[in-house]
Ligand binder design. Structure first.
Ligand code: ATP
Length: 471
């Protein structure tokens, strides 16, 4: 494959357009004019997203003997977020424009408008930088930005019929906490021994003030997180092992190595709970450039200690072989589902210059998705909408569906060239065409999405042929 960093066909604009055109992602509440920074996954997006989550679950939970799963609630006791530090620490530094009332992230303004690094700076330090630069408001142009102040990013809601007397709770801003809060129950019920991890996939909510870049930064998104519990002496080694396991994941989802780099957090940038953090960054096309895709943090015993103190429950681990009792340390690999979805599309997107049936120059758009992730594994296409062909094609569709367990498309509309193009653009690895010869030779033509090569395969062997190629 060509050096994708210089000759990449993908742009964010093309991906956003393709997502809407083909039903991967729609703007949320579209017919009401949309709700800013919310998105709905359409028929193909729902399939791709499910495939991603299933692959992750299989890779990191089911295939490993040291992992178990959890499916926790979005609403948790409000004291969870006091113990975790989110009530006090989960803030973004914001500035307001006194003229147009718009709000901006102070750190983003410093990085994007002044080209300076804002990581680890306090609101006062950021205010000083901004007032010295006397930046105009990016929206209205007036030099009327306020000082930076902290704004908590958790969404609040109320349990109970009367708002004034109800219990105020938060929509979880990360999935991690349920795995600490249920640590004791998991220990007691699943016979796990250190080192072991708990994994969870689920929604998280953050009142992000500068969202954007399509599904890169949403206010509602999904996370795939692991809390990996180890002996306090083993944190550094476990961290290295997870670094390698996270790297290997990129190969499984077809994201090219040269588009990923690891960035070590500087001391002053570390979150309140972390002794070491690295970000996996992805090279987004265009002005976005390198941005965080995943994180890996050594949370030490911060969370278990906090929950032990706040709940009064003993959360120590008893190590039978040594008779020792201690609070385990925690390594946390965290993956955003929506960001994974986006980079998988960006890396799969390709354009090929070709000629159409009339010999005119034409561009073939191909989503070179790994067959594991592709929404449809194959499409069954009768060459013409003739009963003798559609009958064979529909029977083949039923057989493939039953014998491979995979999602198969069936399409009898438009000319065959157009149907191939549609399947190329949605990433279907194989098109199975039933033609007039099929009625005699009981065989079909299978076209490969990536090479466009065609192969004749007996009808009776198609299911087996496909099964071998989609795992
Ligand atoms: P950022 O610096 O981009 O705000 P973060 O460091 O706050 O991200 P974490 O708290 O480490 O992110 O969250 C873990 C993962 O969840 C991120 O690596 C990312 O993949 C995903 N994620 C975080 N915030 C969002 C968001 N607003 N929209 C979509 N995905 C997100």
């Amino acid at each position: 494959m060509a050096d994708a960093t210089t000759t990449r066909a993908a742009t964010m604009e093309k991906i956003v357009a393709l997502c809407k055109r083909r039903g991967f992602v729609y703007p949320g509440s579209d017919i009401y004019g949309g709700l800013a920074n919310t998105w709905d996954y359409g028929p193909l997006g729902a399939e791709l997203k499910n495939n991603l989550k299933q692959l992750w679950w299989r890779t990191f939970v089911q295939r490993r003997r040291d992992m178990v799963g959890l499916d926790g609630g979005i609403l948790m006791h409000p004291r969870v977020w006091e113990a975790s530090g989110h009530v006090v620490n989960f803030n973004d530094p914001l500035v307001d424009c006194k003229t147009c009332k718009s709000r901006f992230r102070a750190d983003h303004l410093i990085e994007e408008r002044l080209g300076q690094d804002a990581a680890g700076k306090t609101p006062d330090e950021m205010s000083a930088i901004l007032s010295q630069a006397n930046l105009p408001c990016p929206k209205c142009g007036n030099r009327t930005l306020t000082d930076a102040r902290q704004f908590n990013m958790m969404f609040r809601t109320t349990i109970g019929p009367v708002e004034e007397t109800g219990v105020q709770v938060y929509l979880r801003p990360e999935t991690a906490q349920a795995m600490f809060v249920q640590f004791k129950n998991v220990l007691a019920t699943s016979r796990v021994k250190l080192p072991f991890g708990i994994a969870q996939i689920g929604k998280a909510f953050r009142n992000e003030i500068t969202p954007g870049n399509f599904i890169f930064r949403d206010i509602e998104f999904e996370q795939m997180e692991i809390e990996y519990f180890v002996h306090p002496d083993d944190g550094a080694d476990a961290f290295e092992r997870w670094l390698a396991d996270m790297r290997a994941w990129f190969g499984r989802i077809g994201v090219r190595e040269e588009h990923v780099r690891v960035r070590e957090h500087a001391k002053e940038e570390l979150s309140h709970y972390s002794s070491r953090t690295v970000d996996f960054e992805y090279l987004f096309p265009g002005p976005m450039g390198w941005k965080e895709l995943y994180g890996l943090a050594n949370r030490t015993d911060f969370d278990l200690k906090q929950h032990q103190e706040h709940s009064g429950e003993d959360l120590t681990y008893f190590d039978q072989p040594t008779g020792a009792r201690f609070l385990p340390h925690v390594i946390e690999p965290t993956f955003g589902v929506d960001r994974t979805f986006l980079v998988v599309l960006l890396d799969a997107y390709d354009e090929e210059e070709t000629v159409d049936v009339n010999g005119k120059p034409d561009t073939r758009v191909v989503l070179r998705l790994h067959p594991r992730l592709a929404p449809y594994k194959a499409a069954v296409l009768p060459l013409a909408k003739k009963p003798e062909l559609t009958e064979v094609a529909k029977t083949l569709f039923d057989t493939l569906e039953a014998e491979t367990g995979a999602l198969i498309d069936y399409d009898e509309t438009a000319n065959i060239g157009k149907r191939y193009r549609r399947q190329d653009e949605i990433g279907t690895p194989f098109c199975v065409t039933v033609d007039f010869d099929t009625l005699q030779d009981r065989a079909v033509t299978i076209r490969d999405r990536d090479t466009t090569n065609q192969e004749r395969v007996p009808l009776a062997e198609v299911a087996g042929w496909l099964r071998e190629r989609i795992v």
